[in-house]
Design a protein around this ligand. Structure first.
Ligand code: NAP
Length: 301
């Protein structure tokens, strides 16, 4: 039996439109309604046709839904939840896809009536945004982390987990605080480092902008992909996951200082030992099917 029959998606960008497409591909009888705050995005979503109905107001999208998924930047979750509260059917389960979970859970809990709230985070995405960037297979073989609040209804949790499995994801549950710490190190800190490196390179006076672009085939190019990620989304991630990111950043700065010392004192053994450990981590990621094993991420040369 399908876990839901009427899914409403608020925010029709990369993630929202990918969910709509994946629902249509894997559960074609499910009715999908959608709304986006941006009239241009709504028009484009209607043209692309991944939802049965794209409504002009958030309330109209959720009015007969049994699952509502908020797919807007994390800083907008509270306001969007408020905008649907009056029209939400009491039995509808509300979920979201935000990249940080503790602050989103607090915002949804404050804004919504007594609906079951089961947040989730599909750990899948690209550096592109908007309704054209989405695709039905985005979640295939990727993790979706479900972060139910304490005491959440077990049936509601099971239905959300089943929904994500049907979209192709592997599902794991954990509490929101632990999620935020794990993602701070696996996702948020790497983005911060990429933003810093690309920013530093573009600010350097001794190296011209054109040289940075021309000779970018070294490691720099891969940082630029991450640093091209959506500015609104990532501003909100850092503001909403402040504590965990600052904790990880502190540890990172200490490790960076240790590396600085190893380079200064010519401690090749320390460098070699670390680089061997990191190479093994890359191998494990490939072995677990979380990345492409071909050299240079399978790029054509
Ligand atoms: P996106 O492509 O920019 O889509 C977000 C959409 O939400 C945009 O169309 C945006 O419209 C709309 N929106 C913003 N505020 C709104 C509001 N108050 N009411 C209604 N619509 C509103 O972003 P995304 O990558 O799909 O990210 C959506 C969520 O998924 C975020 O919470 C993010 O943390 C999470 N997430 C992202 C990734 C990723 O890799 N991108 C992965 C996992 C989870 P305008 O911008 O045109 O105003």
């Amino acid at each position: 039996m399908l876990p839901f029959s009427r899914v409403a998606i608020i925010g029709l960008g990369l993630i929202g439109s990918s969910i709509a497409r994946a629902v249509k591909a894997t559960m074609p009888t499910v009715r999908v309604t959608g709304h986006d705050g941006d009239a241009g995005v709504r028009d484009r979503a209607r043209d692309l046709g991944f939802a049965d109905d794209v409504t002009d107001t958030p309330g109209a999208a959720v009015i007969d839904a049994d699952l509502v998924i908020l797919c807007v930047p994390v800083g907008a979750m509270g306001a969007v939840a408020q905008s649907i509260a009056a029209d939400l059917p009491p039995e509808a389960i509300v979920s979201d896809v935000g990249s940080s979970k503790s602050s989103v859970l607090a915002a949804l809990t404050a804004a919504l009536p007594d609906n079951a709230i089961i947040p989730a985070h599909p750990v899948a995405g690209t550096e592109n945004s908007g309704p054209d960037a989405g695709f039905a297979t985005l979640f295939n073989g990727r993790w979706c982390i479900v972060t139910p609040p304490e005491g959440a209804d077990e049936t509601a949790i099971a239905r959300i987990c089943e929904f994500w499995k049907r979209l192709g994801a592997d599902v794991e549950t954990m509490d929101a605080k632990h999620h935020d710490l794990v993602l701070a190190v696996t996702s948020h800190l790497p983005h911060l480092i990429a933003y810093t490196i690309v920013g530093t390179a573009s600010d350097m006076e001794e190296v011209t902008q054109s040289e940075v672009i021309k000779f970018s085939a070294g490691g720099f190019r891969d940082f630029t992909r991450i640093a091209a990620s959506d500015p609104t989304m990532w501003r909100d991630v850092f503001l909403s996951n402040k504590d965990a990111v600052l904790e990880m950043l502190q540890r990172f700065s200490e490790d960076l200082t240790a590396l600085q010392r190893a380079i200064r004192w010519g401690d090749g053994d320390a460098l070699f030992e670390l680089f061997s450990r990191t190479r093994a981590i890359r191998r494990s990621i490939i072995e677990q099917g979380q990345d492409d094993s071909r050299p240079d991420f399978g790029r054509e040369h």
